[in-house]
Design a protein around this ligand. Structure first.
Ligand code: DGJ
Length: 714
């Protein structure tokens, strides 16, 4: 899979679908190709034709490098920025050697696992800089991951001002960029724009991956659709301030790069020290976005999300947040537990408000002590009641935060992130704690562990309800404040190692005001993430569609909630809410003790329906059929890997009068096999279902109603 041809000096990285190649000449690595798999010797031709002899204009200096540098003739964006003590920005690390090894972990940071890694070492002795470029391939998915590390091998300090994880160049064809933009309760909407000469970029400056722009981008040919055309996707395994860019330079070629956001970033690298960039996952598809998504999904399920959870049935939860908000007591919770018992719901999750004097969102974050006044008998009474009723128990925390009105803040006001001379702003009435400080992390670990270790807890929802604003730590030297955003991420990962990894039997769900920190780094610890605070079924078709561009359905936590919906005021049928929530790790989030008899009685069948398709949610291939943004309909299909069964979800968003039944063309089936379509009592060939389609009676479907179809190979 990874080879080096000494004669031509070409490195080949190949998997079942993709070739990534670069060549070595005069100590410099030149990017050759990243795309559809090609016979590898042919790339010698590319190598020769890319070469320009000295004297032919600027050719020899502006070739595409694997490590694009500043100040050596290439006017485009460099991948790294390293300043010497004397202020010199230049560097030119040259090839020293390479090795192929089992994929190593990145110290202090989450990453994919289980691959084979090529490490190429480059050194600039004058600068005292070693750069190691890493490329990882897997035997069962066609993703390529990249990272790099910078080592100070000299005797003087260096200052890093940019560390991107990867760079590669695409051929000179007009391309579009697609990103996932959003906001609180409206996360991850695909936005496609044309690339232009100069720089297109997306970023976060919030020390979190953010709801505004996800650390994912795709670059696609103009003809690229869901099922056809070429597309390159990049996704950073990183939860802090990031940047992904496309720099279209002379002759229309696009250079794609990404990694830590260099805005405000600097890192002091003392002699002997090493700096690790976060990992980037790169994927290529010549069958459009649908296939690209499936490559990401497979990569994350096989090589990122904790194996102990990834393909195991997830708890079907009842969460009390939208049922009660802060307004609950033991009796209220017991009533919810009692109503949920016996319906198939198997886990009760106690959300915000169980600790300190937390009766609203103004106080008590940081005081992780049970409020026994509010909860007579404490958590034990609730847990015992859950167990008596056959339910497991889950608990909400927001470990990274503190309210100014809290015992923790009274004792340690300096633990809240703040900068000199400026009053820190509150967001949701709270401050973020300075995770760059070890004593702060130690405190969090001790108080959260005290609760986890003294109670029978099967599930934790780890929330994060504001971003970091004033990037500053009283404990960093003035010339190290530029390290803050990255050190926050390292602090978060340290917390995850010490709380999540040390409690392997607890399933941790990520959350950040819904989906404001939905990224692969979080998935390396938390198998699922609360997708959005918007639980309206119509909005969820959009949010879940956008999220699925690179994240598997099983990573999205999705709950059926009450109507009129608390966020949009919209009323949708009960079965629709459950059906849309089945396209992820499902659950409920409403006061089940106040449901009508009819709605309560419907839950067991809903949960059964979910369990019937659960293997597809956890392991199946997702095919997106009808996008919801045009507002007419939404349809997705899940197909088992062996193509033996499938599940189709269709939602009529908006009924149009006098509209005949519509054929919905399925995808991903075995064309020659016969499939029984349970709900229609029909048996048809996969080819027919994919070409003529499945006739949907849209003429008879009201607004916001769903139909589901189960297909089984006969
Ligand atoms: C934001 C989350 O997304 C909600 O589900 C809920 O847990 C609240 N925070 C609690 O404060």
């Amino acid at each position: 899979m990874i080879s080096f041809d000494e004669k031509s000096g070409i490195f080949y990285l190949e998997n079942a679908e993709v070739t990534y190649a670069f060549s070595l000449a005069d100590g410099i690595l030149y990017h050759l190709y990243f795309g559809r798999k090609v016979p590898h010797d042919d790339l010698r031709y590319l190598n020769r034709s890319a070469y320009c002899a000295p004297g032919e204009g600027m050719g020899e200096n502006s070739r595409d490098r694997e490590l694009p540098l500043y100040g050596r003739g290439d006017g485009r964006e460099p991948m790294i920025g390293v300043t010497s003590e004397n202020g010199n920005l230049l560097c030119e690390p040259l090839y020293k050697g390479h090795r192929v090894i089992p994929q190593p972990a990145i110290p202090g940071m989450p990453s994919t696992f289980g691959g084979e890694t090529l490490e190429v070492t480059l050194e600039d002795e004058k600068k005292g800089l070693r750069v190691v470029l890493s490329y990882t391939l897997f035997s069962d998915t066609s993703a390529v991951t990249r990272t790099c590390r910078l080592e100070n091998i000299g005797s003087a300090p260096l200052t890093l001002t940019r560390v991107y994880s990867f760079a590669f160049d695409l051929p000179a064809v007009p391309l579009d960029a697609l990103s996932l933009e959003g906001a609180w309760a409206n996360e991850r909407t695909p936005e496609r724009v044309a690339l232009h000469h100069g720089v297109w970029s997306i970023d976060s400056k919030q020390a979190s991956s953010s709801a505004i722009l996800n650390p994912f981008a795709a670059f696609m040919t103009k003809d690229c659709t869901e099922d056809a055309g070429e597309v390159w996707g990049v996704n950073l395994v990183y939860s802090s301030s990031f940047r992904i860019l496309a720099n279209v330079g002379p002759h229309g070629k696009a250079r794609i790069e990404g990694g830590i956001n260099d805005f405000g970033f600097s890192w002091h690298l003392a002699p002997g020290e090493v700096f690790h960039a976060p990992e980037a996952v790169l994927a290529y598809s010549d069958h459009g976005l649908g296939h690209l998504s499936r490559v990401f999904h497979d990569t994350y399920r096989e090589h990122l999300i904790p194996t102990r959870f990834v393909k195991k049935p997830r708890p079907v939860v009842i969460n009390n947040w939208e049922a009660t908000y802060f307004n609950f007591n033991r009796e209220k919770l017991f009533a919810i537990i009692d109503a949920a018992a016996g319906t198939g719901i198997d886990t009760f999750v106690l959300d915000d408000g169980w600790f300190g004097d937390r009766n609203d969102d103004h106080r008590a974050l940081g005081d992780w002590f049970v409020n026994e006044e509010k909860l007579e008998g404490g958590l034990d009474a609730i847990i015992e009641h859950c167990h008596e009723k056959g339910l497991k128990f889950g608990l909400w925390f927001e470990p990274e935060m503190v309210n100014p009105q809290s015992k923790l803040y009274e004792a340690h006001p300096d633990w809240a992130i703040h900068a000199p001379d400026y009053t820190p702003i509150t967001m949701r009435n709270q401050y973020a704690l300075d995770l760059t400080r070890k004593e702060v992390r130690d405190y969090i670990v001790s108080v959260v562990s005290a609760i986890l270790d003294s109670h029978e807890i099967d599930y934790v929802k780890w929330d994060y309800n504001r971003c970091v604003t004033e990037m500053y730590s009283a404990h960093l030297a003035p010339d190290r404040e530029g390290e803050f955003a990255h050190r926050y991420a390292l602090g978060l990962y340290d917390l995850c190692e010490r709380l999540v990894v040390t409690h392997p039997n607890i399933l941790f769900e990520g959350c950040a005001s819904g989906g404001a920190r939905f990224d692969p780094a979080i998935l390396a610890y938390f198998p699922q993430i609360w997708t959005s605070d918007d639980t309206d079924a119509v909005m969820r078709t959009r949010i879940q569609w956008g999220t699925s561009l690179c994240y598997p359905l099983s990573s999205m936590s999705c709950h059926a909630s009450v109507c009129p919906n608390h966020q949009t005021g919209r009323t949708t049928p009960w079965d629709t809410r459950a059906t849309i929530a089945h396209l992820g790790a499902t659950g409920y989030e409403l006061d089940v003790s106040r449901l009508s008899e009819e709605d309560l009685a419907a839950i067991p069948a809903q949960v059964d329906a979910y369990h019937e398709m659960e293997d597809l949610v956890l392991e199946g291939d997702l095919y997106r059929l009808e996008e919801p943004y045009s507002g007419r309909q939404f349809a997705v299909e899940l197909v088992s890997k062996d193509k033996s069964h499938a599940h189709v979800t269709f939602m009529q968003l908006f009924r149009v009068f006098n509209c005949p039944p519509r054929p919905l063309k399925l995808k991903g089936l075995d064309p020659d096999a016969l499939y029984r379509v349970e709900e229609k009592g029909l048996t048809l060939h996969g080819r027919t279902l994919m070409s003529a389609g499945l006739l949907i009676p849209v003429d008879r479907m009201k607004d916001c109603t769903c139909l589901t179809y189960r297909l089984t190979k006969v």
